[in-house]
Design a protein around this ligand. Structure first.
Ligand code: ATP
Ligand code: MG
Length: 178
């Protein structure tokens, strides 16, 4: 599974609809002048895949909507198109489109044009291996500094969590208590 296209409209510096593509299944590098929207692009992806904070306040949504000279977007959406030919997402389709739309009053998700709840999106991503408790599938700049400066013991803990073995350590500890 990999992202093959990202469509953005009305989000931060992205006013008109833009389809960012193509992506490689391996590595991709995004380059551009200062202020050209690289960080906003990654924010857009994070917004769909890892930002599940319970409730966005109207002013927070307002900050995410494109704000041009006197021309503010009233709504925005980001659609991530996955290549799912390996069926990692438990959906029986080779292409899956996940869209998050926001407006001053709305914040909703669509999976292949069908309305889905935030919980359904989280479950879907989790079953494809996107850990909910440890969203390290998106590693931001500051997090890399944090990782390199961490104490070795803490880094090991984190690796165990990401690798999925921490849960067994916890269960072992629990079983030894009895
Ligand atoms: P750098 O190389 O400096 O890191 P960048 O390519 O990462 O730059 P971004 O931070 O993605 O650039 O884009 C910054 C631009 O986005 C700024 O000009 C900022 O004014 C604009 N911007 C941020 N939020 C909005 C918004 N809600 N509406 C319109 N423009 C916005
Ligand atoms: Mg940047």
């Amino acid at each position: 599974m990999y992202i093959k296209q990202v469509i953005i409209e009305g989000f931060k510096s992205y006013k008109e609809q833009v389809a960012v593509e193509p992506f490689s299944a391996k590595h991709n590098v995004i380059v551009g002048a200062n202020g050209s929207g690289k960080s906003n692009f990654f924010h857009a992806i994070r917004f769909v895949l890892s930002d599940f904070t319970s409730h966005l306040r109207a002013e927070e949504r307002g900050r995410l909507l494109h704000d041009g000279a006197g021309q503010n977007a009233l709504s925005a959406f980001i659609e991530i198109v996955f290549d799912n030919s390996d069926n990692r997402l438990p959906v029986d389709r080779d292409e899956v489109r996940l869209r998050r739309s926001i407006g001053l009053k709305k914040d909703e998700y669509h999976l292949d044009k069908k309305h889905v709840t935030k919980a359904e999106v989280m479950n879907l991503l989790e079953s494809a291996g996107f850990s909910r408790s440890n969203p390290y599938y998106v590693v931001q700049q500051g997090k890399i500094d944090l990782l390199t400066n961490m104490r070795d013991e803490d880094r090991l803990e984190l690796l165990k969590e990401i690798g999925g073995t921490k849960v067994y350590d916890d269960r072992r500890k629990e079983s030894l208590k009895i």
